[in-house]
Design a protein around this ligand. Structure first.
Ligand SMILES: Nc1ncnc2c1ncn2[C@@H]1O[C@H](COP(=O)(O)OP(=O)(O)OP(=O)(O)O)[C@@H](O)[C@H]1O
Ligand SMILES: NC(=[NH2+])NCCC[C@H](N)C(=O)O
Length: 355
């Protein structure tokens, strides 16, 4: 049973959300019926419905508003997660199965902007959770330290282009940290969506960043997910960026076992990242198309793309630079997720040229 104080908090938050003008998927799918069916449930980690929804209850401007405090939450609270997953990932239904991992033929991708007219930079990232550990809200301080040690030791074995250094957030100067954030290499600090989800406990313990010398291959440790593996570089050469990521993931997964589920694919803290966990993005200037932001959003969504601001999610575009990426990550292969971005961006550039 869930204790009375937690139920009371949930009831109050639910009533406020219902009365709000929130556009979140949480508001859309947390009906009274679903709420009543789930409010007394708990995972074996002791996570309740409140742990899943508190970020969306505190942040009405959430697009989604829900996180899984531990992997079991996806099944215990499936009545809420399933319709949100279906909505976000283009119709991935509750009896659908995510396909097996398939990076495809890397050589079939190319440079999206060889003349360097539109694309500032290209990035592909994926997320991974380490087997044997729950997600952020359930991790102890000792686990954070243990995970950081495992990650930094493992990454110190990487060679060639991927060879680099692990920098713990603990002890990093504010200037270095801010410069890494401004240059788009490091996660921001104090994300209110993650904070409300109870995902920033013991910060900065266990958090850190690994990167190679050129900062074209990076790993985030214990921010939103246990691991985020990132490949990025200036310009539009998606083939090179993707190839580097695939090489890195293939190498690292031999050294660290990752949590995978038959139906959901790779497991992540946020349901938007399940499945392939792949977000392939470009920083791009499309001045004519973007003159009308609503039009840009409309055209992008036609190609299943998502538009973000220059500093990432929940930020605005600066100097006309947008972050445009594949939106869905589930129900298709890694290759197809990246190809969706590749084809969509090629179309957007074609449209921009025609205006
Ligand atoms: N194509 C790109 N080129 C350069 N920087 C990028 C590109 N795409 C994203 N970034 C930068 O990556 C950082 C993280 O962005 P953001 O948090 O939106 O995405 P994410 O790391 O994919 O994770 P999440 O989707 O969980 O937020 C930001 O600094 C953002 O500007
Ligand atoms: N980084 C993410 N998981 N992004 C997706 C959702 C972020 C936030 N919870 C929202 O609903 O807007």
């Amino acid at each position: 049973m869930v204790d009375a104080a937690t139920i009371e908090k949930m009831e109050a938050g639910f009533a406020k959300l219902q009365a709000s003008d929130s556009k979140s998927l949480l508001k859309k799918y947390l009906t009274k019926e679903v709420f009543d069916a789930l409010k007394n449930k708990k995972t074996s980690f002791g996570s309740t419905l409140l742990d899943c929804i508190q970020s969306g209850l505190e942040n009405f401007d959430s697009g989604v508003g829900i996180y899984a405090p531990d992997a079991e939450a996806y099944t215990v609270f499936a009545d809420l997660f399933d319709p949100i997953i279906e909505d976000y990932h283009n119709g991935f239904k509750k009896d659908d199965k995510h396909p097996p991992k398939n990076w495809g033929d890397v050589e079939t991708l190319g440079n999206l902007d060889a003349a360097g007219e539109f694309i500032v930079s290209t990035r592909v990232r994926c997320g991974r959770s380490m087997e044997g550990y729950p997600f952020n809200p359930c991790l102890t301080e000792a686990q954070y330290k243990e995970m950081e040690d495992k990650v930094s030791a493992t990454l110190s074995g990487l060679e060639g282009e991927l060879k680099g250094t692990f920098y713990p957030l603990t002890g990093m100067s504010k200037e270095v940290q801010q410069k890494l954030i401004d240059d788009h290499f490091l996660f921001k600090e104090g994300d209110r969506f993650l904070q409300a989800a109870n995902a920033c406990r013991f910060w900065p313990t266990g958090r850190g960043i690994y990167h190679n010398e050129n900062k074209t291959f990076l790993v985030w440790c214990n921010e939103e997910d246990h691991l985020r593996l990132i490949s990025m570089q200036m310009g539009g050469d998606l083939k090179q960026v993707y190839k580097r990521l695939v090489t890195a993931v293939n190498d690292i997964e031999k050294r660290i076992p990752f949590s995978h589920n038959d139906r959901l694919g790779f497991l992540t803290f946020c349901p938007t990242n399940l499945g392939t966990t792949v977000r392939a993005s470009v920083h791009i200037k499309l001045p004519k198309l973007a003159a009308d932001k609503a039009k840009l959003e409309e055209v992008a969504s036609k190609y299943h793309l998502q538009v973000r601001g220059t500093r990432g999610e929940h930020t605005e575009a600066e100097g006309g630079v947008y972050d445009i990426s594949n939106k869905r990550r589930m129900g298709l292969t890694e290759y197809d997720a990246v190809k969706e971005m590749y084809d969509g961006i090629a179309e957007l550039i074609k449209i921009e040229k025609s205006l």
